[in-house]
Ligand binder design. Sequence first.
Ligand code: FES
Length: 204
Amino acid sequence: MSDEQPPASPAAPQPLAPKPAAKGPMKSMQQVEVDESKVWNLWFTRREFLTLAAWGAFLAGLAGSALAFLRFFIPRVTYDPPSLFKVGKPDEYMPGIVDERWKKKYRIWVARDTPAEGGGMYAIFARCTHLGCTPNWLEGQNKFKCPCHGSGFRKTGINFEGPAPRPLERCRVALADDGQLIVDLNTRFRNPKDWKKPEAYLKV
Ligand code: FES
């Protein structure tokens, strides 16, 4: 046997070995660094932006001044209730009853006495003489009671309990040509001595 070895055949191409996995998150896309200042410059320069902002502030101030100027010439409308108003005819009120139908709108009670009490009508201003709260009429207890500090007033308006220093006030009353009762909020009678005056106690 000969020791000669057959010549080696050319090496067959070997399959490529897979590359080792990259450490850390794999970048699937090429990341592009964005220069924000360049994007910004596509729209405005900083100077242009500041100029626009200044104009915006100036125009807003101008509009506000114009509105304030116009408002000066527009009369203010108030929705306060009138101080002189009609509250219906006397026979719409039951004798011996404190009527609360006008309390919310005009802040008054209208009371009509029985014939034994004098048969007249009067209007009581619904404001406590202590610090101005609005009392409640307690029909069952026949008295007005202030919810703030507990002052109590009789049906006539005379104070009898709590800190109120004086009676409830009465408003001027009169009869209109159409037979309705007129109440004048601006003329009020504080002193019970005045309550028998015809303007404070309307005989009906
Ligand atoms: S306000 Fe009515 S008791 Fe004080």
